[in-house]
Design a protein around this ligand. Structure first.
Ligand code: NAP
Length: 292
């Protein structure tokens, strides 16, 4: 049964974790290194007793697990770490949630698909190309089998959030504002997802007691190059600094799905259409100022 109550946010020092934590007083931030001795709890996903202690002390209705090794190339270089965080730790977390009848919302990615025929619906067959995608897909399966879980797949998160690493849009924005030239791929499609929209959707999914796999992503289906073109347009930046390149020519350790991205009919039916077009979010970023 879905019950109202607190939501334990694991990975609260990350981009999504911070956005969720700031979204309401029912959110309890959990991290390997808590930032505040009172409001935060310590959870290291590789240290099971910290997970079990947090679940017992906080007694949340839901756990939202945002923690991950989000460097896709880093996962290729250290597949053992990717497996420990994305599969083994999620399995233990899901078991601990199941034993306590706590629901788990597990974050996943459009990189579970091979990018031959996106954007993808929830029923489409996954076929990951990278260690990141493969381990995230295995993590989905263990979450769904060990407890009552909702797996939220998303894509290319963007927005301003202080205290976190740059995202694709803020990376391009900073470089172009500094007058640096950047290489941007012309053959990778996805739907860029405005962080506050993902936060709103996650809150809505927990309120509705959603289970199973749900895709949450932005409305527009664009190449990375088109995302940066729009950024130049909205912020009045030099587009001649943006050098088009093909994904295969970048020499990255992990292969990227090219026509990736997600269809969102299911979440639109459940929650109504959330969010605005990509360009409108860029206008919001511009109005907020470059530091957010
Ligand atoms: N960002 C995107 O574009 C994108 C796209 C699709 C899907 N996703 C998924 O969305 C989720 C959130 O992504 P994000 O961009 O917010 O990630 P992020 O900013 O890289 O944050 C990841 C967080 O995981 C934490 N973490 C790593 N290992 C941990 C451990 N052993 N125990 C506890 N916490 C640990 C990190 O904590 P420390 O500060 O201690 O290192 C960090 O706070 C991830 O599951 C990701 O796979 C993201």
């Amino acid at each position: 049964m879905n019950r109202p109550g607190r939501i334990l946010v694991i990975g609260a020092t990350g981009f999504l974790g911070r956005g969720l934590t700031e979204s309401g007083s029912e959110m309890v931030p959990a991290a390997r290194e808590p930032e505040d001795a009172t409001g935060w709890v310590r959870v290291d996903l590789e240290d099971s007793p910290t997970v079990e202690r947090a679940l017992d002390e906080v007694d949340p209705a839901w756990v939202v697990n945002t923690a991950a090794v989000t460097s896709v190339d880093g996962c290729e270089k250290d597949p053992a770490l990717a497996r420990r965080i994305h599969v083994d730790a999620v399995s233990k977390l899901a078991q601990a949630c199941g034993e306590r009848r706590i629901r788990l919302l597990q974050l996943s990615t459009n990189y579970v698909f091979d990018g031959e025929a996106g954007p993808y619906g929830e029923e489409d067959e996954a076929h990951p190309l990278s260690v990141y995608g493969r381990t995230k897909l295995e993590g989905e399966a263990v979450a769904l089998s060990e407890c009552e879980a909702c797996v939220v797949r998303t894509a290319v998160l963007f927005g301003f959030q202080s205290g976190v690493r740059p995202n694709f849009v803020t990376w391009a924005l900073s470089a172009l504002q500094e007058g640096e030239s950047i290489q941007v791929v012309t053959d990778e499609w996805a739907n860029p997802t405005w962080l506050p929209d993902l936060v709103t959707s996650i809150r809505g999914l927990t309120e509705k007691g959603a289970t199973g796999v749900v895709h949450v992503a932005g409305r527009d289906y664009l190449t990375r190059y088109e995302m940066v073109e729009a950024l130049c347009d909205v912020f009045g930046l030099r587009s001649d600094l943006v050098k088009p390149v093909r994904s295969a020519d970048l020499g990255q350790a992990a292969r990227r799905p090219l026509r990736a991205g997600l269809r969102t009919d299911c979440v639109d039916r459940l929650l109504g259409s959330i969010g605005a077009p990509y360009r409108q979010h860029l206008e919001t970023m511009k109005a907020a100022g470059t530091s957010g």
